[in-house]
Design a binder for this molecule. Structure first.
Ligand code: AMP
Length: 627
């Protein structure tokens, strides 16, 4: 099934209540899938009764119930069925009874299957060389609808599955992961030196976060390109061409780790140089594999990115470097599918993919993943916020377990941690600086406290006073507002472009090209453009609508003041935004910016309202802030 998640994404509000929107859209998708499935199943097998029995491996019972019964409550809520875990067990199986309407029973069965598949799959794989493997569900699944009436309960043996998996992958050539030789200057550094360097480099913190056992030393950071790549002169000459002065903090620490073959979690933001941090070791990894490129089918490196813009940007970054003819292609929803398939067929070393299209081309057999030995999940937190977890997990099951894995994320919430537990092996976490602090330091942050109706005038006054070298990104909260402002700009014959998720892909790419080359001086955007985009020379960011969370504010502000330049951000802050006042004050104070008195007032009023509410939750709030 092809489904362009990115196209259906509610950009205007996905940062407001990411989870509820995620759930809403997941639910819509699941409903579509479920209805198809239900109709097929009823056609083929007849409608089930109002109570079904389902045997599941006892070891999954805990997973179905969840901590404190949380999972089973979710399952009941989502399916509408009542699920009862009986005490009836048979060898290693436990009986579940599912009550409810035919639809709810099917849905519950399907959801329970998904939980089991999430944890385990059976390895009735085709022969090596085929791009597909079949998942054998516990009972039934939407992906593999049975043609005959399904058995009530199939039991699968975990140990046997693991044995089969091991045997399967043993047919594949060995992977080489270690390419690092420590430079003598680095070997000479003492523990104390290393500590000081990490502190100086934006306070790098390294840790084997998921392991209590492995106390192996974490490679020391490097200070120069030569120290990292003295064994790879072609890489050094490419870096020279790029004219970079020195490695960024994340690069200083990530290169020794990644060239040593370790898995890594980089907690760093866009603009930190994280792409090159994982990319240069990827080049060396591809070139250094024991099986020659010609004898390998499919790409060796897969980069999964949350948005098409970020994916395209990574692809662009890769194409800047020429290392042993390594090539890449970008597969993303909204792009020309045929062309992407043709590129994959021609053969590429690196694939950069958004989750929807990745799944689609994986399902169609066009994306061959079994020779991927270096995997990057870029902006993992963003991918989870956007509800891509299931799609990522599906494809990742088919990638060699002994690959090297890199995850990047701006934050370290429990979802990202869970993903890391599943898909990395004893990773080294590299945390660079703080989310709040680095991005905003080179930017003058101005806050206008105003009423909604005043925004337009103040905005066009600003535009009228723009200098010839100014370039501005204007962030709006909704697609409709973006369109409105864009039309106003066009009517005023201003050199503007606009971007949001309802625009055609070619229009989005054109908008970015226009702002990049200066054809447009004003880019009006929803938050789809706030992360990952690396547009040179943006002198101003205008938060026409203040973002709904402070992380997004930091990301937006970070679109200017890049690469050592200074920038200015102007935020229109209305009474509706008062819940963000205190967080905003912290960021402004930390970056030594002017904080308007009204902002302090709003923050205090909001805090006292919260206090009153917590003391008397039933009482409505009447005293709206006035200023
Ligand atoms: P990223 O954080 O990967 O989005 O990178 C942001 C920008 O920094 C990109 O345009 C890179 O080309 C650039 N960049 C990467 N490494 C360096 C470096 N060592 N020095 C200066 N710029 C860099």
């Amino acid at each position: 099934m092809s489904f362009d998640w990115e196209d259906d994404w509610p950009v205007a509000t996905d940062n407001v209540f990411p989870n509820s929107y995620t759930n809403k859209y997941n639910t819509q998708f699941k409903e579509k899938r479920f209805n198809n499935y239900k109709n097929r199943r009823i056609e083929e097998n007849g409608a089930p009764g109002d109570c079904e029995k389902m045997w599941i491996p006892t070891k999954f019972v805990g997973r179905v119930i969840g901590r404190g019964g949380s999972k089973i409550s979710d399952l009941k809520y989502e399916s509408g069925a009542n699920i009862h875990v009986t005490k009836d067990t048979d060898e290693n199986k436990t009986l579940l009874k599912i009550f409810g309407s035919a639809e709810s029973i099917i849905k519950a069965t399907q959801l329970i299957n998904e939980i089991a598949q999430d944890r385990q799959r059976t390895y009735t794989r085709n022969q090596p060389g085929s791009s597909q493997f079949s998942l054998e569900p516990v009972v039934t699944s939407s992906e593999s609808v049975p043609t005959t009436k399904p058995e009530k309960a199939k039991f699968f043996d975990m140990a046997e599955c693991l044995r089969q998996e091991k045997e399967y992958w043993s047919n594949f050539p060995e992977i080489k992961k270690v390419f690092y030789e420590e430079h003598p200057d680095i070997s000479a550094l003492t523990e104390k030196d290393v500590k000081e360097i990490r502190l100086e480099k934006n306070n790098i913190v390294v840790d084997r976060v998921l392991s209590t056992e492995n106390a192996a030393a974490i490679p020391k950071p490097v200070l120069t390109f030569e120290q990292a790549f003295f064994k790879y002169p072609e890489i050094l000459s490419e870096l020279k061409k790029a004219n970079f002065e020195k490695p960024t903090p994340i690069q200083c620490q990530a290169w020794p780790i990644l060239l040593s073959g370790e898995d890594m979690i980089g907690i760093a933001q866009t603009g930190s140089g994280k792409t090159l941090a994982f990319l240069l070791p990827a080049f060396i990894h591809i070139e250094g594999q024991l099986t020659p490129k010609e004898d390998r089918k499919g790409p060796a490196v897969l980069v999964v990115a949350p948005t098409r813009e970020l994916a395209l940007q990574i692809d662009k970054e890769i194409k800047k470097y020429n290392y042993h003819g390594i090539n890449s292609c970008c597969i993303y929803g909204g792009g020309d599918r045929k062309q992407q398939v043709a590129e994959l067929k021609r053969g590429v070393d690196i694939v950069i993919a958004t989750p929807g299209r990745m799944n689609d081309l994986f399902d169609s057999g066009d994306l061959y993943i079994e020779n991927i030995t270096y995997l990057i999940l870029d902006e993992a937190d963003r991918m989870l916020d956007m509800g891509f977890e299931a799609q990522i997990r599906r494809v990742l099951y088919g990638i060699r377990p002994n690959r090297q894995t890199v995850m990047t994320s701006a934050t370290w919430p429990s979802g990202v941690r869970r993903l890391a537990v599943s898909y990395t092996k004893d990773p080294v976490q590299v945390y660079v600086g703080s989310l709040d602090l680095t991005a905003t330091h080179s930017v003058a942050q101005i806050i206008h406290i105003l009423h909604e109706d005043d925004k337009e005038k103040i905005f066009f006054d600003f535009i009228a006073n723009m200098g010839p070298d100014d370039k501005v990104i204007v962030f709006c909260s909704t697609k409709a507002k973006t369109d409105y402002l864009s039309v106003e700009c066009i009517m005023k014959r201003l050199p503007s472009a606009s971007i949001h998720s309802n625009k055609e892909q070619c229009d989005r790419e054109q908008a970015i090209a226009d702002i990049m080359d200066g054809t447009a001086k004003i880019l009006i955007a929803t938050d789809v453009a706030s992360r990952g985009l690396d547009i040179d020379d943006v002198t101003h960011v205008i938060n026409y609508d203040f973002p709904k969370n402070i992380e997004e504010y930091v990301h937006r502000v970070g679109r200017t003041g890049r690469a050592g330049k200074t920038g200015e951000s102007i935020s229109y802050f209305t009474r509706e935004n008062w819940a963000n006042a205190s967080e905003l004050i912290k960021i402004l104070e930390e970056a030594e910016q002017y904080v308007p008195k009204e902002l302090y007032d709003m923050s205090e009023r909001f805090a006292s309202r919260q206090d009153r509410r917590s003391q008397n939750p039933k009482r409505g709030f009447r005293n709206e802030p006035s200023w």
